[in-house]
Design a protein around this ligand. Structure first.
Ligand code: PLP
Length: 384
């Protein structure tokens, strides 16, 4: 079987599994306890925080551990907005139309609550254009959320330009969902002028159910939950020490390996694109220019065909890929991301995502292409 759904989740790295197992077995005391064993657990958490701070070039105190990127994104969005609301200020917020559901749904909820929300369009490559952002910014804009790499298409946002614009034109905070970028592309939080940055363990070969939010600077956040004083009271609850230590290992491996991973992924990507371009039935939705498209995600449409049918036909041939993002794939609606990008319902309703890992081989890419060609041949008679 060839697994080509790495943007949905990745196989944990052997070193991550070793760390997770060892810490689970040996360090089980509560890191908030005042005895020595508690102190040892706390030291491991602090070391993990230091490793992550070094990898992302932020301060130790700016790393908050969470249960994953969904929580990090919720904490970023509601944390900022609730803090502003508690000061009685009018709040305007901006979100791109192609954010992951864990960001987008927060803004939809804010809108239902009466907050003024601007949804930013994207161009045909899935990119936010700086002029559009400039038009949307207002004196009372509190927060802008624009992701690094889109999880369905791989579109890479021009974060440096967008961050500079946000800071030049407003006092808004800049939130970036970095889940799909780390380990594949360079991450430059300072030069992007990012205030809040979310990551998830399981997209970088670390465990599921652990993630982080980088909270750069002094601005206030309201917590989502109330309880103990862990993570400065912003994330109460006993800390998941084994997963946090394993996450730090994953972040370190991902950042150290980023350049090599990029080269390997680019080669696999370009080869696969060459094969796909020989199939007239398939439209490539992902931007192919190196500056605009990440090397690990290729989104294609087999117009007229239900993507679930293609996914199952591919699975019969031993290739695992996906429809839209795993979180939305059971919704049976055209992809919101592809709709915003292509403005074409038929294309948006037939999107498929192939997501690669750097340790895949050119032979595997060839087998994916062959299985797709056979699947297209098998199914094209069904299109009306
Ligand atoms: N953001 C993006 C871009 C994602 O791809 C995902 C994964 O599904 C998430 C957020 C949510 O991450 P988690 O599964 O850790 O909640």
């Amino acid at each position: 079987v060839i697994y080509a759904d790495h943007s949905a989740s990745t196989p944990p790295h052997p070193e991550v599994i070793r760390t997770l197992t060892e810490v689970t077995q040996r360090i089980y005391a509560n890191p908030s306890s005042i005895h020595e064993w508690g102190g040892q657990a706390d030291q491991l958490v602090q070391r993990a925080r230091a490793v992550i701070a070094e990898a992302l070039r932020v301060k130790h105190s700016e790393v908050l551990f969470t249960s994953g990127a969904t929580e990090s994104n919720n904490l970023a969005v509601f944390g900022v907005v609730r803090a502003m609301q508690s000061q009685g200020k009018p709040v305007h917020v901006i979100v791109s139309k192609i954010e992951h559901a864990s960001v987008y749904a927060c803004y939809e909820q804010l809108e239902r609550e009466g907050v003024e929300v601007t949804y930013l369009p994207v161009n045909a490559s899935g990119l936010v254009e700086p002029e559009q952002l400039k038009l949307a910014l207002k004196p009372h804009t509190a927060l802008v959320s624009i992701m690094h790499v889109n999880n369905e298409t791989g579109s890479i946002q021009p974060l440096k330009e967008l961050g500079a614009l946000i800071k030049a034109e407003s006092r808004a905070l800049f939130h970036v969902d970095g889940v799909q970028g780390l380990g594949k592309l360079p991450v430059e939080l300072a030069s992007w002028k990012v205030d809040l940055y979310s990551l998830s363990g399981h997209k970088i070969r670390a465990p599921k159910g652990v993630g982080l939010l980088i909270h750069r600077g002094q601005f206030p956040l309201k917590p989502l939950m109330y309880g103990g004083s862990q993570e400065k009271g912003l994330r109460p609850g006993t800390m998941n020490v084994p997963s946090i230590v394993a996450l730090a290992k994953g972040v370190r491996l991902a950042t150290e390996g980023q350049e090599a991973a990029y080269g390997q992924l680019r080669q696999l990507h370009d080869q696969l694109v060459d094969y796909l371009q020989t199939q007239p039935q398939l439209i490539i939705n992902s931007p192919l220019e190196e500056a605009f498209g990440a090397p690990h995600i290729i989104n294609i449409s087999f117009v007229g065909m239900k993507p679930e049918v293609v996914v199952h036909a591919m699975e019969k041939r031993g290739v695992i890929l996906s429809t839209q993002s795993a979180c939305s794939s059971k919704l049976d609606k055209p992809s919101r991301v592809l709709t915003a990008m292509t403005k074409d319902n038929a294309r948006a309703a037939s999107g498929l995502r192939i997501s690669l890992a750097p340790d895949m081989t050119l032979e595997q890419v060839e087998l994916i292409a062959k299985a797709l060609a056979e699947t297209v041949n098998e199914l094209k008679g069904l299109i009306r």
